[in-house]
Write a protein that binds this ligand. Structure first.
Ligand code: CP
Ligand code: NVA
Length: 307
């Protein structure tokens, strides 16, 4: 039987994605009620981080603990991954000892190669190209606040990066219309825009792009690995700062999301996270619940063995 991985949102059907976010909301309620649910006793998650993280590391590690399992943090600095052991060999060895793996790395190809040689499910916890776990949390959060996102208008403001590309795939899988507004030279991959032209449009003017939107989302101007471009990017992205005034142009029920970490005075105004239309703290918390639902989905056969 072939192993299911979660490299990007296209690895699940729309129905599976809906089921995962609905289960995530259930798990959120169970957690808030203090219920103990331990389907992963004796199971282990390997967590490979080649980039920094707060939310992703804590949500995976805490989630695995809450499920009764164990998580191992693996950094290139402390493993042979950082000393050039081939990805193929690492994937074979690590997957022979753990039940599920998550990877945060640079090149998406590296993740694909790891998946090819892994005998257990592998989750993309962010690459330079995609951040699908964040989109599970974002879709869950929208659903909890406003109901179905199907047919709604979402505006992506800023860099055409891994988050923007994930929003493009989400538009296709969850059935919303996405407007992308980014400075010239920082648009998303044109092939993605072309392939998903049925649900994605590029709008030059950020204020125009915000009009009537039901959700506005943005991200840092310089992603991890682009630190040296910070100054140039700050100049180019200045007109793309999201503020309460921009939200005023959107639908009266608009929500604002940001995967975090946020930079006040750069991609968001100083006051934006205090605006009642911002749901970034729920969005961050939902990383925990969405990834628990994802791991439960990917390991459902093993859970059945436990019970
Ligand atoms: N949003 C997100 O992935 O945050 P971290 O980089 O802190 O994991
Ligand atoms: N685009 C950002 C997301 C961080 C969660 C980055 O890749 O650094």
């Amino acid at each position: 039987m072939s192993v299911r991985h979660f490299r990007n949102l296209l690895d699940m059907t729309p129905a599976e994605l809906e089921a995962i976010i609905s289960r995530a909301s259930e798990l959120r309620q169970m957690q808030h009620r203090g219920e103990i649910y331990r389907p992963f006793v004796g199971r282990t998650l390997g967590m490979i981080f080649e980039k920094s993280s707060t939310r992703t590391r804590i949500s995976f590690e805490a989630g695995m603990g809450q499920f009764g399992g164990h998580a191992i943090f693996l950094s290139p600095k402390d493993t042979q991954l950082g000393r050039g052991e081939p990805i193929e060999d690492s994937a074979k060895v690590i997957s022979s000892m753990v039940d599920i793996i998550m990877i945060r790395t640079f090149e998406h190809d590296k993740l694909d190669l790891f998946c090819k040689h892994s005998s257990v499910p592998v989750i993309n916890a962010l690459t330079d190209d995609f951040h699908p776990c964040q989109l599970l949390a974002d879709m869950q959060t929208f659903h909890e606040h406003r109901g179905s996102i199907k047919g709604k208008t979402v505006t992506w403001v800023g860099d055409g990066n891994n988050m923007c590309a994930s929003y493009i795939l989400a538009a296709h899988q969850f059935g919303f219309q996405l407007r992308v507004t980014a400075p010239y030279g920082f648009e998303p991959n044109p092939e993605l825009i072309e392939e998903y032209s049925h649900c994605v449009t590029y709008v030059e003017d950020p204020q125009e792009a915000a009009k009537g939107a039901h959700l506005i989302a943005t991200d840092v101007w310089a992603s991890m690995g682009q630190e040296s471009e910070q100054m140039t990017r700050a100049r180019r992205f200045a007109p793309y700062q999201v503020s309460p005034a921009m939200l005023d142009k959107a639908d009266p029920d608009v929500l604002f999301m940001h995967c975090l970490p946020a930079h006040r005075g750069e991609e968001i105004s100083f006051d934006l996270l205090n605006d009642p239309r911002s749901v970034v703290w729920d969005e961050a918390e939902n990383r925990l619940h969405a990834q628990k639902a994802l791991m439960e989905f990917l390991l459902k056969d093993k859970i059945n063995l436990n019970s």
